[in-house]
Design a protein around this ligand. Sequence first.
Ligand code: AGP
Length: 611
Amino acid sequence: MCGIIGYVGSKAAVPILLGGLKRLEYRGYDSAGLALPQTDTMLAIKAVGKVSKLIEATRQHPNTALAESSTSGIAHTRWATHGAPTESNAHPHFDKSQRLALVHNGIIENYRSLRQKLIALGHEFKSDTDTEVLARLIGEYYQGDLRLAVASALRQVEGAYGIAVMSANQPGEIIVARKGSPLVLGIGEHGCLVASDTAALVAHTQQVIYLDDGDLAKITATSIDITDLNQTPIDRSIKQLEPDAGAIEKGGYEHFMLKEIFDQPEAITNTLRGRLDLAQGKSILAGMGTSTRDLAEIRRIVMVGCGTSLHAAMVGEFAFEDLADLHAEVQQAAEFRYRNPLIDAQDLVIAISQSGETADTLAAVREAKEKGALVLGLVNVVGSTIARETGRGVYLHAGPEISVASTKGFTTQVTALLLMALKLARGRRMSQERGEALAKSLAQLPDLIRSVLAQNDAIAQVAQHLVGQEHIFYLGRGPFHPVALEGALKLKEISYLHAEGYHAAELKHGPIALLTPGTPVVVLAPESPVRDKVWSNAEECRARGAKIIAVVTEGTEAPGATAVLTIPACEPLIATIPATIALQLLAYHVARLQQCPIDQPRNLAKSVTVE
Ligand code: AGP
């Protein structure tokens, strides 16, 4: 996903812009660039690859003196959606005069027709991007008032955008606008900033303003003026950044992913904080904002999400059905938004998203709201679009998740879903005694996780069995089926090995044909009513020469397994979390042994804000 940073103030802009891009690296990108207004033009510097390449290009630029004297500018990291990752496609892009620069996150869906109109007006495009179309369109409207020109152009645009625009004629202002791609403004001591998210702002300010879709703002060194596209003033409140928003350093770990795996006891402590009533055996989720009546009238729960969040939803399905006797189902967000879902006011739709910006999940939220369902968000990033558009729900409080591979996002999502299931269950038929037992198990989660983290070195040894393998299978039943899917996804996305998660009973219906002697099969076999069935499936694989890597409850047997990972004794729904953490560490060590980049895997972005 692209990253935007802009600054206008009294300090040198280049260090602020480059430092901001470094903070946004985790979003995933393939090129970067910046633009600085000069007396008669825009100074542009671009580079393909990492931000370090752009830093080097800036240092070597012939106009370094000019670059260093600038006190305003915009910069961008690009994750390619239209056009390959090349210098000519890197942002910023310019209008015909080359005096107006634009950086953009999102997709202009009608860029082709707009491009044809501009070509007919004599424009000669220098890139393959939709962004250059928008830059040139704004230039066509520009007659001295940049905000007016931007508004006029955006009224012709279909699609999603988060943009920052500057003109050499007005070096003391940046015009920003958002529709579908997040933008947040910062009020600093030495000027004002705009960025795609708070990670790029925390070094300069704790005071931020989140823009909403349709907002258009003019920022100067000392002012922020927000309107809609028709210049109608809009009032947005100033928010105080959470202290942990700046906690995005690695803290001594080799990778953000390992830090975030080891963050999980604290992350889940924060997810649970103030939400468990151990004496009554209840959960307290004020953010759900739903009355007891509303909850009692819920007929069905529909969870929507993508990727890891979809897997968390699948665990939630078991939680709501087993604990709250509520019909629950899971829908992949992209499928949900286009299938004309049969939902109404008696349905509770839960949108699950770590980033709160995933385009398909956001679209599913809007579809569910349009159909009149009760909609909640299960989101980590405070102030994110899904959090604000659902208007209520449960924040994960997991802290910033920087590694593209989600770890604490998943486990805090499952924890929050268990809290929601407990709340609904106790409002329906669950006894206080059962509620107290479940609440106690939830409170023990941080310690349960620590006992798995303590096996880190042993799990690193087990990882040797998976390194370089052609096929790896993960098997599970019940709530451990989504755990198998999640474990396989972790391995795929950071080690690039082909791994598949399957329902344990499903392998013999075809995929078992792929087994050859030595194929690793990771079997999720913690204590559960179907554990013996799972182990029979493991034996079917072993009989064909597979190497069984077993995840079992401590103190139980794993006959014939090549390697065993143990998790502490707890009820199956709770055990999904320590079991997942064992698989997170397994995937991490395989990727590390294979010397993969881990935090920013090839082709992946931290948040997929395009369809
Ligand atoms: C997780 O490891 C993946 N990077 C990806 O599947 C992710 O979970 C998915 O894109 C959804 O993201 P979200 O939770 O921010 O909506």
